[in-house]
Design a protein around this ligand. Structure first.
Ligand SMILES: NC(=O)c1ccc[n+]([C@@H]2O[C@H](COP(=O)([O-])OP(=O)(O)OC[C@H]3O[C@@H](n4cnc5c(N)ncnc54)[C@H](OP(=O)(O)O)[C@@H]3O)[C@@H](O)[C@H]2O)c1
Length: 330
């Protein structure tokens, strides 16, 4: 339900999407991941779990599903789900290229994913994702574009992406790291044959990391679809984080959640959905309970959550991404 608007596209659909980073592979960085998967890594068992969460998400109204070539078997779990359900309509499937999955279905791995933003990798991974997801693949994104990777200056890659766009597939990028804002600003200016290339941007924004606010606002105003990832800071904005008990600033947020009779993740997600420039906020839930708790955020949208209360949580981008890089794959 991406509809064309002057200068770009708008999302007229459900404000929450489902990301499959935690559902598609045994190992991921989110707090408590292994526990949530109940240490059950048999491919069939993980596929069943993914289908349960996908069914619940679709039943709740979610229509955007976010995968990546590097999320283990996430694309295959989406493929088998799409093939086994007859009444699925208005679905938008997004995937990403750039990272290669290297963990061989293990939780413990030397390297879990390896990034290369080359035209060769784009061509190979596009063919792979297209053969798995077929015409369901409607949004194709660069995975974690950075200034260092040079991908936004790689004309061969940009022209290949424009060719894919000609097939009616929207083109996007996801950004990561302390310099997200600078990458988004550069991406907004990228054009091929005089036409802006990127239809969508996916960025990390949450109560702790808000450095991309202005650039995301401008991207939205320029007609780009804005997708938010890591709205729960990989679990740091959930009850799992002991800071909510120990530290005064965090305890104050916990009291606000208690006053509203919701859990921390619900409050954190509601705060992201309320941002006027957001099109879709991704839930990274890997259990039905987490998904339900995340979706409760929609009932909080009328609530006036005191922004100053939450402002005290903000970390510098450097601090935030350094803490993220220390999260253990589990
Ligand atoms: N570079 C990129 O392009 C990029 C990077 C990251 C994410 N993403 C996308 O964004 C999506 C979401 O991001 P994310 O999963 O990385 O991070 P997130 O949304 O910040 O965190 C989600 C994690 O928080 C925990 N959680 C969620 N609800 C909970 C609840 N009610 N109670 C306790 N714990 C709860 C779960 O951890 P467990 O897994 O431990 O259950 C869940 O996986 C991904 O699936 C992916 O599609 C893209």
């Amino acid at each position: 339900m991406f509809s064309a608007v002057p200068g770009g596209h708008a999302w007229k659909g459900f404000p929450v999407g489902l990301g499959l980073a935690a559902l598609g592979r045994p190992g991921y960085i989110n707090l408590g991941h292994a526990q949530d998967l109940q240490h059950e890594y048999d491919v069939a068992a993980m596929e069943r779990r993914a289908h349960e969460v996908l069914d619940a998400a679709y039943g709740a109204g979610i229509r955007y599903f976010d995968a990546a070539r590097s999320y283990g078997r996430a694309e295959f779990f989406l493929q088998s789900w799409l093939a086994s359900r007859v009444d699925l309509t208005d679905l938008i499937i997004g995937s990403k290229w750039g990272y290669q999955y290297t963990a061989e279905w293990q939780v413990e791995a030397e390297v879990h994913e390896q990034k290369e933003h080359s035209a060769e990798r784009l061509t190979r991974q596009w063919n792979e994702s297209r053969s798995i997801l077929g015409s369901h693949l409607n949004l194709y994104q660069i995975h974690s574009a950075t200034l260092e990777s040079g991908v936004l200056d790689n004309r061969e890659v940009l022209e290949k992406l424009a060719e894919i766009q000609q097939l009616g597939v929207l083109i996007g990028l996801s950004v990561s790291g302390p310099a997200q804002a600078a990458v988004i600003q550069k991406a907004r200016e990228v054009s091929v044959n005089g036409v802006r290339l990127f239809d969508a941007v996916q960025a990390t924004w949450n109560l702790l990391e808000r450095s991309a606010t202005e650039q995301l606002q401008q991207a939205h105003d320029a007609g780009m679809i804005v997708i938010i990832k890591e709205s729960l800071a990989n679990g740091r904005l959930t009850y799992r984080n002991p800071q909510f008990v120990k530290e005064p600033v965090w305890r104050a947020v916990q009291s606000e959640a208690d006053r509203l009779q919701v859990s921390i993740d619900t409050l954190a997600l509601a705060n992201v959905i309320q941002q006027p420039w957001v099109s879709i906020v991704l839930s990274g839930a890997s259990t039905l309970d987490q998904l339900q708790s995340n979706l409760t955020a929609l009932s909080l949208l009328e609530e006036n959550i005191p922004s100053d209360l939450l402002a005290d949580l903000v970390e510098s981008p450097e601090e935030y991404w350094s803490k993220r890089s220390q999260l253990k794959w589990n």
